[in-house]
Structure formats: structure tokens, C-alpha cells
Design a protein around this ligand. Structure first.
Ligand code: B12
Ligand code: SF4
Length: 558
């Protein structure tokens, strides 16, 4: 396939006439585009580029900053794998580039790229995604800008109204992106390509749900794209799991429909997985080629099928690789003792679970599948620990309730439950979040939130404001039913419990550091007086305590 993906000189402006566009090497007929003939703002792109007919459409993919240590940017690598050899792909990783715009500007100014693709999750990633895409749009107005990932999939209107994102790819992009690029290069309308959202004449066009890819036919991830700019080991940090930790994604979606979860609007209960055999092959290949000894499975729900997990564990026994993944308590509680024991033998060290709340009424409100209960949360922690696997439980505090008194009562109930759990199974890891609504349309939770006056921002400028960034991080939710005092109380309790039980995932915290923190926290933990634990905060700052709920578990660059 051919694509004239050269970004021509824009100082003169580009005619809307397709023949003229073709002559200067502009990708033809950008359906739904908003830029037309805006002049270039300056920079290297303003110098005359010689139009050439390129053999392959070229796309520059950008992973905005998300964490201090590099990790394999799977969202973009999966996309790049799907594009395959028919496309010219370059990847810039904001986690590793001190100033990604410098690199992006240089690459785009070469005139090689017709497309700019950016992955975006809510929170700090927006801090780079927003200004950089805006600059791409201003400096290189003929480059088509495409956003994908959880943020644009859940908030497409705010993204498109910015005027500088041309297309949102909703949910899995393996099918939609190659089809979009092919259509744009051929001058065809993308209306028939599922999984797209864009604007045409001020109207938002949605092309419907894209099918999920067959992960067994997915080609190997093109790690060479990473190696062009940085040694692969920089993407494989040291963590509590091992010396070189590789993040892998082996399934898409989730078969459940929890009312508060951002995965639901994207996948609507759909789930597909790569087979156990291929996953084990991928792991062993990474071990043999890059010295990987630990895997972080970032799947939304790695443990959906016991049969697949068992088959994977059988292959991993004795291979010297430890692993971590995310699952559901009710699902894993149905696993047999043999499977749990085999998992431990095969390297499973810790599993992350959304426990959410110990209160059965709240669990029912969040549609937690109807099978999880407070009693089960307690019992299962003990069961998993008996196999040598650490449960990492996340709790969500601050769900909407009809009155302020009931919100307070719920927060106190959840805190007591967490303390009970810690008394019973102290090795359980605890992660606390404050509830931030996700627009799972039609859910009771959404109705409660809206009735209480909660609204999302309608512009990207607002989304990047510090208060909404805090919202994304589940730190300060801006929800009308939570008072400042409630948010402070939750944070104060979190500081105290983190000091009383320092996370095992921070391997730099030696036994002495741990003891010191525990000792200092004892009076507050025993008395239940959590208010303003400044001394513990200072200690945590001194120890550079890493918050696993924001950046994943503590990692050190290799
Ligand atoms: C790894 C990860 C991180 C890493 C970041 C890695 C990085 N990018 O450098 C770390 C641990 C740092 C992180 C942090 C946070 N994360 Co995070 N993270 C994930 C996780 C576990 C995996 C993402 C991944 O690699 N997926 C693998 C790929 C293959 O799937 P994908 O991203 O969905 O990509 C597909 C499509 O979305 C689409 N696509 C994605 N990008 C693009 C781009 C283009 C151009 C196209 C065409 C298509 C496309 O195609 C891809 C292939 O099908 C997801 C959950 C999950 N299981 O996906 C959460 C998740 C995305 N994170 C989430 C959140 C909330 C956060 C935080 C805000 C933390 C918090 N307090 O909860 C922080 C803030 C991040 C920041 N600093 O900005 C939420 C988002 C929820 C929401 N409301 O939208 C998720 C969904 C977890 C959850 N279930 O709540 N995160
Ligand atoms: S089980 Fe987990 S990933 Fe699946 S819908 Fe519920 S919260 Fe989301």
C-alpha cells in the first residue's frame, strides 16, 4: 500500500483541493479533520520539505510520562505489532525521554510521518499528552492526530472538542488503527471502520464497537522499536519480584461488569485471552533473551479461567521466574487447593484484588458480581497466605450514600474492617483509593453520582488542572458527597496504616526502616487517633516511601 505521508511546507497554506494536496504530498481526504489549511507556527517543519511518495504510511507513537522508571509500554507495542511490517513506526517513550517534545519535533520535522498516535490514561499522563499533542497540531497541522487508551475511550467528547485531536480509537486498537490509516491514505471514508469516534461538521461520529483481536495470532511485540532509542534493560526495572521485571498483557477486557470500573465501558463484559502455552513461551523467551526473572501481568483480570492459569503454571514450574497479577477474590476462591499450590510453585508471589469494601451492601451496590462478601474477603486472605501467596487488597472508600452521616458511617465501617483484616492476616497488602466516578452508563452508581451533582470536566484544559489530576489519582475526588474532613480522615488513616504495616513491595525498606516506621505508628494505630500524623509523613518522606497505588510497586531502573 502506498501513502503520501509527507507533511508539506505549511507556511503557504495547503489547498483543500485533493489534487493539490496529493501534489504536495499531503495524506488525502482526512475525513473528519479539523485543521485544513492552518499555517505552520514555525519550527523546523516550516522549512520546505520535498514531497515524496512513500512506500509505507508512517506513524509516530507516543507514550506520555506515567512513572519514574521505564516499563514496557504495552499499549503502544500491541498497536505496533498489529500494524506490522506494512507500516513505518517509531515510538517515543515519555518515561525515558527527559524532554519528549524535542524528540517528537525532530522526528515530525523530518517530514516522514503523516500520523501521530498517543496513548492516554487519566492522571499525570495527560500532563504530557495534552501540551504535546497540541504542539503537534499547531506546528504540524497536516499530521493526523489519534488518541487511544482509557482516557479518550471514556471521555471522547472532551478530547475531540479540543480541536487538535482528529480521531479517538475506542477500546482495543489492533483492528481499528491499521484500518483507519489505510482508509485515510487511500482517501476513503473511515465511517465503516468500527471503534472510531471523530467529528465531522461539528457532529460527533461514532462507528460502533470494534471486535476484540485474536490474541493467539498476535505477532511478537516489536521490542526493537524500544531498543532503537534505549537499551531494553531500561524497560525492565528491579522490583520486589526480581532483578528484571517485565510487564506483560495477556488478555483484553474482563467478563464482569462492576459498576465503578473504567474497563466496563470499553469492553462491555467481553474478554479474550492468549493461550497459556503461548504466554509461557513469551515469558521464557524474555527470560532467555533479556534476563527477565519476574513478570508483572497487567491484565485487568489474569485469573478469569482456572484452566488457563493451571496450564500456564504447569509450564512455569521450575523456570526461575516469579510473577504477580490481578484477579477477583470470588473467582480465585473457587480455585482448587492444587491449583493454588501449583501457582506458588510456579512463581506466583502476590495477587492484586479489588476487595473494594467489607460491607455486603456496598459490594452489592458496586455490582461486584454478587458473589463476593466481607466474610469471604477475610477468609480468602488467610487461605491464600497459607499457600505462600500474598493477597494485595485494594479498598475504595467514599462511595456515595444518601446523607452525610451515612457517608461518615460507611468510612468508619470500612476502616474497622481493614483493621480487622490486618489483625487476622497482617501480611495482606492494603491499597486505599477514594472513589472517583467512572461513567458506566446506566449504572446505579452513576445515577447516585449524578443525583448528587457530580459532573466531569468538558475540556482538556480542565482535566489537566491540579484538582482534576488529584481526582484521577483517586486522591481528592471532587465528589459533592465527600467533605474535606472525610478526605483528610481517609488520608490520615492511610498514612498511619502504611506506617504500621509498611508495604513488602518496597524492597529498599530494610528491617530497621520497617521497625522504625512501625514503632512510630503504634500510639496512633492503637488509639485510633489518626488526625494529622505529621511525624509519620515526615518519616515516610525521609524513607522515600513509594505509593503503589499511583505508580505501581516500587521499581528501580536497571
Ligand atoms: C500499566 C498501567 C499503568 C502504569 C503506566 C504504564 C505506562 N503507560 O507507562 C502505571 C503503573 C505507572 C500506571 C499508573 C496509573 N494508572 Co494505570 N494502568 C496500567 C494497566 C495495568 C495496564 C495498561 C496496559 O499496558 N495495558 C495493555 C494494553 C495492551 O492495553 P490498553 O492500554 O488498553 O491498550 C489498548 C487500547 O486501549 C488501545 N490503545 C491504547 N493506547 C492507544 C493509542 C493509540 C494511538 C491507539 C490507536 C490505540 C490505543 O489499543 C491497545 C491495544 O488493544 C491498566 C489496566 C489494564 N489492565 O489495562 C491501568 C489503568 C489504565 N490505569 C489506570 C489508572 C487510574 C492509573 C493511575 C491514575 C493510578 C491510580 N491511582 O489509579 C496512574 C496514573 C498514571 C499516570 N502517571 O498518568 C486506570 C484507568 C481508569 C480510567 N478511569 O480510565 C486503569 C484502567 C486501571 C483500572 N482498572 O482502574 N498505570
Ligand atoms: S472484575 Fe475488576 S476489571 Fe473486571 S469489571 Fe470488575 S473491577 Fe473491572
Amino acid at each position: 500500500m502506498e501513502c503520501s505521508s509527507v507533511i508539506g511546507p505549511k507556511t503557504a497554506g495547503v489547498s483543500a483541493d485533493p489534487e493539490v494536496q496529493a501534489a504536495v504530498g499531503v495524506p488525502m481526504h482526512f475525513y473528519g479533520r479539523r485543521k485544513g489549511s492552518s499555517p505552520a507556527v514555525g519550527g523546523a517543519a516550516a522549512s520546505a520539505a520535498v514531497p515524496t511518495l512513500r512506500p509505507k504510511p508512517a506513524i509516530l507513537l507516543f507514550n506520555p510520562w506515567a512513572t519514574r522508571t521505564g516499563r514496557v509500554p504495552n499499549s503502544l507495542l500491541h498497536i505496533a505489532a498489529a500494524l506490522g511490517d506494512g507500516y513505518d513506526v517509531e515510538l517515543v517513550d515519555g518515561n525515558l525521554e527527559p524532554d519528549p517534545w524535542v524528540v517528537i519535533e525532530r522526528l515530525l520535522a523530518s517530514g516522514r510521518f503523516g500520523f501521530f498516535g498517543c496513548t492516554v490514561m487519566p492522571g499525570p499522563q495527560l500532563r504530557q499528552a495534552v501540551p504535546i499533542t497540541r504542539q503537534v497540531s499547531e506546528h504540524f497541522p497536516l499530521v493526523v492526530t489519534i488518541w487511544g487508551g482509557y482516557f479518550p475511550s471514556n471521555h471522547p467528547q472532551a478530547v475531540l472538542q479540543s480541536g487538535w485531536v482528529d480521531y479517538v480509537v475506542q477500546s482495543a486498537g489492533e483492528g481499528s488503527l491499521p484500518a483507519l490509516l489505510a482508509a485515510l491514505c487511500a482517501g476513503r471514508s473511515p465511517d465503516q471502520i468500527p471503534g472510531l469516534i471523530f467529528q465531522r461538521s461539528g457532529e460527533v461520529v461514532r462507528t460502533g464497537k470494534a471486535p476484540l483481536p485474536n490474541l493467539d495470532s498476535q505477532p511478537s511485540l516489536p521490542l526493537k522499536l524500544l531498543a532503537r532509542r534505549h537499551p531494553i534493560k531500561r524497560y525492565l526495572p528491579r522490583t520486589f519480584l526480581g532483578r528484571r521485571t517485565h510487564a506483560m498483557h495477556t488478555s483484553m477486557g474482563c467478563p464482569f461488569m462492576c459498576a465503578f470500573c473504567a474497563v466496563v465501558p470499553l469492553y462491555q463484559g467481553r474478554w479474550v485471552a492468549r493461550s497459556a502455552e503461548l504466554v509461557a513461551d513469551d515469558v521464557l523467551q524474555m527470560r532467555d533473551m533479556h534476563g527477565v526473572d519476574a513478570i508483572e501481568f497487567t491484565d485487568n483480570n489474569f485469573f478469569v479461567a482456572e484452566k488457563r492459569v493451571r496450564a500456564f503454571a504447569e509450564r512455569m514450574r521450575g523456570q526461575g521466574v516469579t510473577w504477580w497479577g490481578e484477579g477477583r477474590i470470588d473467582t480465585l476462591d473457587r480455585y482448587s487447593d492444587e491449583t493454588l499450590s501449583l501457582m506458588r510453585e510456579a512463581g506466583c508471589r502476590m495477587i492484586f484484588f479489588g476487595a473494594e469494601s467489607g460491607d455486603d451492601e456496598v459490594l452489592a451496590m458496586v455490582d461486584k458480581g454478587g458473589r463476593q462478601s466481607g466474610e469471604q474477603i477475610l477468609r480468602f486472605a488467610a487461605r491464600l497466605l497459607s499457600f505462600g501467596i500474598i493477597p494485595e487488597y485494594s479498598f475504595v472508600l467514599g462511595f456515595p450514600r444518601p446523607t452525610e452521616a451515612e457517608v461518615w458511617a460507611q468510612i468508619h465501617r470500612d476502616i474497622s474492617f481493614i483493621r480487622r483484616l490486618k489483625d487476622q492476616s497482617p501480611a495482606t497488602e492494603i491499597i486505599l483509593y477514594i472513589y472517583s466516578p467512572v461513567p458506566t452508563e446506566g449504572s446505579t452508581l452513576q445515577q447516585h453520582s449524578q443525583a448528587a451533582g457530580f459532573r466531569f470536566p468538558s475540556t482538556l484544559e480542565e482535566w489537566v488542572s491540579p484538582s482534576w489530576e488529584s481526582f484521577d489519582l483517586h486522591r481528592n475526588p471532587l465528589t459533592p458527597w465527600l467533605t474535606t474532613a472525610m478526605v483528610r480522615h481517609i488520608h490520615d488513616f492511610e498514612t498511619v496504616i502504611n506506617a504500621r504495616y509498611p508495604t513488602r513491595t518496597d524492597f529498599t525498606l530494610g528491617e530497621w526502616g520497617r521497625r522504625m516506621m512501625q514503632l512510630a505508628s503504634l500510639p496512633r494505630y492503637w488509639s485510633g487517633l489518626y488526625r494529622r500524623p505529621l511525624e509519620l509523613k515526615a518519616l515516610q518522606r525521609l524513607r522515600r516511601y513509594t505509593r503503589p497505588e499511583v505508580e505501581g510497586f516500587y521499581a528501580e531502573a536497571n
